[in-house]
Design a binder for this molecule. Structure first.
Ligand code: PGA
Length: 248
């Protein structure tokens, strides 16, 4: 299976920042067929234009969606709206939303259901805090998150992302054995939920060009969820190139 490399722009990006996308699309098209599937998740406001600039070479995703298809929910964006703007994927349950927006597991579950009903591929994040790891609770934490936030899948599929909260934006990453162990725990939890086939589990948290090859070569890592390093073409393309090199 090709590695999936997802760029999460978070709350970065205005109209002027779209200027880098034609170059990105050109380089990816010239290097094709590539060993990585690429999805970019810009802010909602840029999705439609980003889609037009993608030339079909990379996919687009939202960074969140509502658990409701429509209604009186001021400020919310629904899964059908994302689809309408050209998104094929949506990141759900990111720790920045679980923590800062106090999103519960049941709230994440409603969002996953809404995304699946709309035909979007959910990219669902799981990960432990530094304290939970120090207390030996890392595996238990992600197992509980999978159990409580993933609906019964009945053959449907989603993408999971292991994102240790302490690794996000910190420059620190778990070692290969820790990542392999966590990915196996997440994959097992998804299988218990009726996942059809082998779950795809991405790693996210301080992915950089310098560590991407090692992370991608780690057991159970099917791709990368990239935050800060997705904000510049040079770094993002270098990460994608690491996935291409491994596929060759
Ligand atoms: P980072 O963010 O790559 O900047 O650590 C990853 C994420 O939060 O998805």
């Amino acid at each position: 299976m090709r590695a999936l490399v997802v760029g999460n722009w978070k709350m970065h990006g205005r109209e002027k920042d779209l200027a880098r996308l034609p170059h990105l699309a050109r380089v990816l098209a010239e290097n094709g067929p590539i060993g990585a599937e690429v999805v970019i998740c810009p802010p909602f406001t840029l999705l439609r234009e980003a889609k037009a600039l993608s030339q079909g070479v990379f996919g687009l995703g939202g960074q969140d969606c509502s658990g409701h298809p429509e209604g009186a929910f001021t400020g919310e964006i629904s899964a059908p709206m994302l689809r309408d703007c050209g998104a094929s994927h949506v990141i759900l349950g990111h720790s920045e939303r679980r923590c800062a927006q106090r999103e519960s597991d049941s709230c994440v579950q409603a969002k996953i259901i809404a995304a699946l009903e709309t035909g979007l591929v959910p990219i669902v994040c799981f990960g432990e805090t530094q304290q939970q790891r120090a207390q030996g609770l890392a595996i238990e934490t992600v197992q509980r998150q999978v159990q409580a936030s993933v609906p019964l899948l009945a053959g449907q599929s989603l993408v999971a992302a292991y994102e240790p909260i302490w690794a996000i934006g910190s420059g620190q990453t778990p070692d290969a054995a820790q990542i392999a162990q966590m990915h196996a725990a997440i994959a097992e939890g998804l299988q218990d939920k009726g996942f059809g086939g082998a779950p795809r589990v991405l790693y996210g948290g301080s992915v950089r060009p310098g560590n991407a090859a090692e992370l991608l070569a780690t057991d159970g890592v099917d791709g990368l969820l990239v935050g800060a390093a997705s904000l510049e073409n040079a770094a993002f393309l270098a990460i994608i190139e690491r996935a291409n090199a491994l596929a060759r």
